[in-house]
Design a protein around this ligand. Structure first.
Ligand code: NAD
Ligand code: ZN
Length: 249
């Protein structure tokens, strides 16, 4: 067992409150590309820049193109070892909250309950007319139109995610800030920490142990008490094994 894994396991076992703050790198081992990692979306050739197609302005002007793009990138995937470990830790009383920038819903799928999705969840649709929420799987499209229609009022449905040009939900931000501010250990994983305001939330941490799990350097590395460059899911597999061995979970 390497020293980093042992240290992290010890902190999780001993901390009165551990919180996880994650990004796209948490789901790459589930098969969803991140944005800025080695195989990220930013490095794939596209006619339209990502920030443009993912913006509320583009969605409003070109809903068909937006939905075509959505179906191109959407893929049903399974939680990986990191999502599963976080859910097990919560069930064992060792993880107070998961704050995620991801929209893939994999923390919920893995069984975590205290999850704050800063950017929404692409498994959900919301009606632009009446606000009705429906699972993506129940999306109704008519006559080959790629834009789903609301089953209640027939207005366009949209993914229940925060697009570029939109604000984050204030209630979700406040809950995430409160969890981070109370934490004695904060694990920041799989995020380049360049997307604001989400990345700024880790500045509310004033606890004892800041852990950075990221394949590449970030702006927060200088403040970290522990930096792990190994893949997030693999690291969690090892941490869970250690915690079980120690009888901590
Ligand atoms: P990012 O793409 O900017 O950065 C991901 C970081 O994770 C990179 O620094 C990369 O080196 C690292 N990384 C990738 N795989 C890793 C692994 N297995 N182990 C350790 N490190 C790994 O992601 P971000 O900071 O979350 O910002 C992207 C924005 O785009 C977010 O706001 C998010 O909403 C969205 N996004 C979401 C998903 C998703 O839901 N799965 C996927 C792509 C983008
Ligand atoms: Zn409606």
């Amino acid at each position: 067992m390497n020293d980093d894994v042992s240290t992290l396991a010890e902190w999780i076992a001993d901390s009165p409150s551990t919180v996880f703050f994650g990004g796209a790198g948490v789901s790459t081992e589930s098969g969803i590309p991140d944005f800025r990692g080695a195989n990220g979306f930013y490095f794939q050739e596209r006619e339209i820049p990502l920030e443009t197609v993912l913006s509320i302005d583009f969605f409003t002007k070109h809903p068909e193109a937006y939905w075509e793009w959505f179906h191109e990138i959407y893929r049903p995937v399974e939680p990986n070892g990191a999502h599963k470990a976080l859910a097990s830790l919560e069930a064992a009383g060792r993880m107070d909250a998961v704050v995620t920038q991801n929209i893939d819903g994999l923390h919920h799928r893995a069984g975590s309950r205290a999850v704050w999705e800063l950017h929404g969840n692409w498994e959900r649709l919301v009606c632009t007319g009446c606000g009705m929420v429906a699972p993506l799987g129940e999306a109704v499209t008519v006559d080959g139109d790629p834009v789903p229609a609301c089953p209640s009022c027939a207005s366009q449905m949209r993914p229940d995610i925060v697009m570029y040009g939109e604000s984050l939900d204030q209630g979700v931000i406040e809950a995430a800030v409160s969890a981070i501010a109370r934490a004695s250990t904060l694990i920041v994983a799989g995020t380049s920490l360049v997307v604001y305001p989400a990345a700024g939330l880790i500045n509310y941490f004033s606890g004892d142990h800041l852990v950075l799990m990221n394949a590449t350097p970030t702006s927060a590395d200088a403040h970290a008490d522990l930096i792990v460059r190994d893949p997030v899911a693999r690291t969690f597999d090892q941490v869970m094994a250690e915690l079980r061995e120690e009888g901590a979970i």
